[in-house]
Write a protein that binds this ligand. Structure first.
Ligand SMILES: [Zn+2]
Length: 88
């Protein structure tokens, strides 16, 4: 079990949160200009690192806000939690 420190609500049990995948994936400004391969890469290709990973999380059973987390995927240690638009 992880304890996650929501930037707005404070420390809560992981069961209150939903994982939202890799953080900082930006939608292409002009999707119609992309090749099918580039569009497919944007939609489906994500990192799966062994070690530090930046993720987005949703406090779905709390304030219902999104935030970012930097977490070690090997040790589950949370290195940073920060609001959308901020840097760790
Ligand atoms: Zn919250």
């Amino acid at each position: 079990m992880l304890l996650i420190n929501c930037p707005w609500c404070g420390e809560r049990d992981q069961s209150e949160f939903s994982y939202g995948g890799e953080a900082h994936i930006m939608r292409p400004i002009d999707p119609y200009a992309l090749s099918d391969e580039a569009w497919g890469e944007y939609l489906f290709q994500r990192k799966n690192p062994k070690g530090l990973h930046r993720e987005q999380w949703h406090h779905s059973h709390g304030c219902r806000r999104w935030f970012y987390m930097q977490r070690n995927t090997v040790t589950y240690e949370i290195n940073a939690i920060y609001k959308v638009g901020e840097q760790p």
